[in-house]
Write a protein that binds this ligand. Structure first.
Ligand SMILES: Cc1cc2nc3c(=O)[nH]c(=O)nc-3n(C[C@H](O)[C@H](O)[C@H](O)COP(=O)(O)OP(=O)(O)OC[C@H]3O[C@@H](n4cnc5c(N)ncnc54)[C@H](O)[C@@H]3O)c2cc1C
Length: 429
C-alpha cells in the first residue's frame, strides 16, 4: 500500500503514477478539494515547461496530462517573457482530476489531515490523522507542500490572506517528513531567507467591465500600461515565481484568463486598482485579502536525494515544493510522477529511478539540489519557465517545442513509457 499525504499537483501525480505501476494507493488531503495551490494557478507549458511536460508524456504520463488539456481555456499563448502557454480553467479542473484518480482505483480521503506517524527503526509503519484514523502503509510520499501555516504568513507576510488552503477551517499544514523525525531545511533557522510570497491574485471576472472581460476571454491575456505612480517595481523580487520578476510585470497590469482574471502583479490595494479604467468595481476572488497579502511559501523542505527519497527514512519519498525550491504545477507533476513510480519500485525491491540529466525533468532536480548546498542557491527558485533554470535549459540545449525530438530523447535513454510499466503484479498488493 502506498500512502500519499497532500493532494496538490505533486500528490495527485504521485498517486496516479503509483497506481499506474500497479500499486494500491490511498491519498489523504486535509481540505475538501484536490490540487492545493493548483486550484488558483493555471499556467502551463510556458517556456521550458512545454518540453518538461512532453518529457513526462513520453515517459508514460500522457493519460494524466490529457485531463489537464481537456479543460484548457487558451493554448499557444504568448505574454511578456513567456511563450506558448496553456491556461487551464481553474474553476473546472478539480472534479476532472478527482474523477481521474478515482477511475484509477485510488482511494481519496478528504478532510484527513495527517498529524503523526508510527515508526519501526528507519521505516514508517503507519500515519494517523487529526481525527484519530490510522493508515498503515508499505511506503509513504510527503506532498504536503510548503505554504503557510498562519504563523508563517503572520511572521513573514501580513497575516492570513485567506488563500485557497483555508488553514483556519481545515487546520495548518503539517509536514510528514518532520513528523517522521527528520530535520527539515527551514526558512529563517540559520539558513538564508528563502521564504516568498505567492505572487499572483485572482479577480472575479464579474466585477470587471464587460469590454475588459470580452477582450480577456477572446485573447487570453490583457496587458495594460500602468501610470508611473502606481508601478510596483520593488515588490516583484518578493514573488516566489521569479520567472515573472521582469520589468514588463511592473510597468503593465497583466491579466490572464484562467477562468478567473489572473492578475500577475501582486498586492494592488483595491482603492488603487479601482481607479483604473475597467476595474472600478473590481474585487478579489483569491486570496480574499489579495490587495494586501498572499500565502507565504517555501517554509520547510525535505532533505532528499535525486530519486526523491527522504534522507533518514527508508520508505519515505517526497515531491513538489517539498523537494526543494521548485516552483510550478509542471514541476510538481514531474517530481510527483517520479516519487509515485519510485514508491512502487521500492515495494518490489527495485533500485529507485534517478532521472538522467539529459532530460530537463532530471536535470532540474540534480541542479536544484546541488545549488541548494550554496547560500546563493538557497535564495533562488527553480522552474522550467524562467529565471536561472530556464536559462540553463537553453544553454544545455534541453529546451525544445518539437515533440518528436523530445520523444526520441526519451526513447534513446530507454525511458519511453517507463511510468506505464506494471511493477506490481502480486495480488498481495
Ligand atoms: C496563488 C498561486 C498561483 C500560482 N500559479 C501558478 C501557475 O499559474 N502555474 C504554475 O505552474 N504554478 C503556479 N503556482 C505554483 C504552484 O501552484 C505550486 O508550486 C505547485 O502547484 C505546488 O504543488 P505541491 O503539490 O507541491 O503543493 P501544494 O499545492 O501546496 O499542495 C499541498 C497539499 O497538501 C495538503 N496538506 C498539507 N499538509 C497536509 C497534511 N498534514 N495532511 C493532508 N494534507 C495536507 C494541502 O492542503 C495541499 O492540498 C502558483 C502558486 C500560488 C500560491
Amino acid at each position: 500500500m502506498v500512502i500519499v499525504v497532500g493532494g496538490g499537483w505533486a500528490g495527485c501525480a504521485a498517486a496516479f503514477a503509483a497506481a499506474l505501476a500497479g500499486a494500491k494507493v490511498t491519498l489523504l488531503e486535509k481540505t475538501d478539494m484536490l490540487l492545493g495551490t493548483g486550484l488558483v494557478g493555471g499556467i502551463m507549458r510556458n517556456n521550458g515547461r512545454f518540453t518538461a511536460l512532453e518529457e513526462i508524456w513520453a515517459m508514460g504520463g500522457g493519460d494524466f496530462i490529457r485531463h489537464i488539456e481537456g479543460v484548457a481555456r487558451h493554448r499557444w499563448l504568448d505574454f511578456p517573457g513567456h511563450r506558448h502557454a496553456t491556461l487551464y480553467d481553474v474553476t473546472r479542473i478539480e472534479p476532472v482530476i478527482r474523477r481521474a484518480l478515482l477511475d484509477m482505483g485510488i482511494e481519496v480521503q478528504f478532510q484527513s489531515r495527517v498529524v503523526g506517524v508510527l515508526k519501526k527503526g528507519p521505516r514508517l509503519t503507519e500515519i494517523y490523522t487529526a481525527r484519530g484514523k490510522n493508515h498503515p502503509g508499505d511506503v509513504f510520499i510527503d506532498t504536503t507542500g510548503s505554504a503557510g501555516p498562519i504563523k508563517n504568513c503572520t511572521r513573514h507576510g501580513s497575516g492570513c490572506a485567506m488563500c485557497i488552503l483555508r488553514c483556519p477551517t481545515f487546520g495548518p499544514r503539517v509536514s510528514l517528513t518532520e513528523k517522521a523525525g527528520i530535520e527539515e531545511i527551514r526558512a529563517g533557522d540559520g539558513f538564508p531567507h528563502f521564504e516568498a510570497m505567492s505572487g499572483s491574485c485572482k479577480l472575479d471576472k464579474k466585477s470587471l467591465a464587460t469590454w475588459l472581460v470580452d477582450r480577456l476571454e477572446r485573447e487570453g491575456k490583457v496587458v495594460l500600461p500602468l501610470p508611473a505612480h502606481i508601478q510596483k517595481h520593488e515588490l516583484l523580487s518578493r514573488k516566489a515565481c521569479q520567472q515573472y520578476n521582469l520589468e514588463e510585470f511592473a510597468r503593465n497590469l497583466i491579466l490572464l484568463d484562467t477562468g478567473h482574471a489572473k492578475l500577475m502583479t501582486p498586492y494592488f490595494p483595491l482603492e488603487v486598482l479601482r481607479k483604473l479604467d475597467g476595474f472600478q468595481e473590481a474585487r478579489y476572488a483569491d486570496p480574499y485579502s489579495g490587495g494586501r497579502g498572499n500565502s507565504v511559501r517555501f517554509m520547510a523542505i525535505a532533505p532528499c536525494d535525486d530519486a526523491l527519497q527522504v534522507h533518514g527514512v527508508e520508505n519515505l519519498f517526497c515531491a513538489g515544493e517539498k523537494t526543494g525550491l521548485l516552483v510550478g504545477h509542471t514541476e510538481a507533476i514531474a517530481t510527483g510522477f517520479l516519487a509515485g513510480h519510485n514508491a512502487a519500485r521500492y515495494m518490489v525491491g527495485l533500485k529507485p529511478l534517478v532521472l538522467p540529466v539529459d532530460l530537463a525533468v532530471g536535470d532540474i532536480i540534480a541542479f536544484m539540489h546541488r545549488e541548494m548546498k550554496t547560500p546563493d542557491g538557497l535564495t533562488k527558485k527553480y522552474t522550467f519557465s524562467g529565471s536561472v533554470y530556464f536559462q540553463r535549459m537553453q544553454e544545455r540545449g534541453l529546451y525544445t517545442t518539437d515533440v518528436q525530438v523530445v520523444r526520441e530523447r526519451v526513447e534513446k535513454l530507454g525511458l519511453r513509457n517507463i511510468y506505464r510499466q506494471k511493477l506490481l503484479k502480486n495480488p498481495r498488493f
